[in-house]
Design a protein around this ligand. Structure first.
Ligand code: CP
Length: 318
């Protein structure tokens, strides 16, 4: 089935056909994604878009790659963050959306600290398209798609592949989207980290949960390491002893050297060098981190192009 939804709010619930459709579109934008100054022939569908990137939590990769994708497609766009909006004066996100909609904005790319905020906005703004650009510990579907794209480019298909995701899985929207997408395409995930940063496997389809990283890495097809998300903890340091954490759960040079030669090493960024991954590993060229960033532009071009052709959510009845 092709992706024909009015919004992209998560990868949970998408089937292999819908994900494959988005990945095929991203594949066709691969050259554009890596080429400075590239401009698409502006289609009538893109010309009808007016995109606002509402970036209400810090972001480098997602914000900049959406902006670059919008620029390269030729879509009207602007980006705003907390500091530039009247949210700080007490306006609700819904009223901010309605205000922008009254100016003709019809696509909202939303990064927000609260789980479900983009979905609520989608409900409240009939006629608009909403893309979840990361909602708290919820989902980060365009990140999930870009991770899938990098793996699919290497392997052709994901059926039967196993990815190890290590670190602060509990708080990771990146991990959640990756697991849903990977499972839909026939892969499985091993989730690894300190017990208090691991979820129950329930709700993480096809995933198993372990604490032994070295065992998990044996014969893995890919490993994705995650940052400890200190901003998501209510109080105190989640990992008080970083050296001990690195020893047990870090992608150290020694661990990476023990991987199969063809095991992909992924990190969504931003990374904390010498905590969850050694700086040496990043600089060695052994990882896919910069390919992931390029894939981010391709995926965001694809998502915006597909939404441009989709019917918006219908107006609600009385
Ligand atoms: N991976 C990711 O979402 O990075 P940013 O927070 O920099 O956008």
């Amino acid at each position: 089935m092709r992706f024909r939804r009015p919004h992209l709010l998560g990868l949970a619930g998408l089937d292999a056909g819908e994900i494959g459709d988005l990945l095929d579109r991203a594949e066709s934008s691969w050259e554009a994604a890596g080429t400075a100054g590239w401009r698409a022939k502006r289609t009538p569908a893109i010309a009808r878009l007016s995109v606002v990137n509402l970036i209400l939590e810090p972001s480098t990769r997602t914000r900049c790659s959406f902006e670059i994708a919008e620029e390269r497609l030729g879509a009207e766009h602007l980006s705003v963050g907390n500091e530039g909006l009247s949210l700080i004066k007490g306006e609700t996100l819904s009223d901010t959306g309605r205000t922008l909609q009254a100016m003709g904005v019809n696509v909202f790319v939303v990064r927000h600290p609260e789980v479900g905020a983009p979905a609520r906005l989608a409900d409240e703004l009939p006629g608009a398209h909403v893309v979840n650009a990361g909602d708290g510990t919820g989902e980060h579907p365009t990140q999930g798609l870009l991770d899938l794209l990098v793996m699919r480019r290497r392997w052709g298909e994901l059926e039967g592949r196993r990815i190890v995701i290590v670190g602060d899985v509990l708080h990771s929207r990146v991990a959640r989207s990756a697991v849903h997408g990977f499972h839909a395409l026939g892969g499985s995930a091993t989730l690894c980290g300190p017990r208090h940063l691991l979820p129950e496997a329930v709700g993480w389809p096809g995933a198993t949960v372990v604490e032994d990283l070295d065992g998990a890495l044996e014969d893995a097809d890919a490993v994705m390491t995650l940052r400890i998300q200190r901003e998501r903890f209510v109080a105190g340091e989640a990992v008080p002893d970083r050296a001990a954490y690195r020893q047990k759960f870090g992608l150290t040079r020694e661990r990476v050297e023990r991987l199969r030669e063809d095991t992909l090493v992924l990190h969504p960024g931003p990374f904390n060098r010498d905590v969850e991954i050694d700086g040496e590993v990043i600089d060695s060229g052994r990882t896919e981190v910069w390919t992931q960033v390029r894939a981010g532009v391709a995926v965001r071009m694809a998502v915006l192009s597909v939404l441009a052709e989709a019917d918006p959510a219908p107006e609600k009845g009385p």
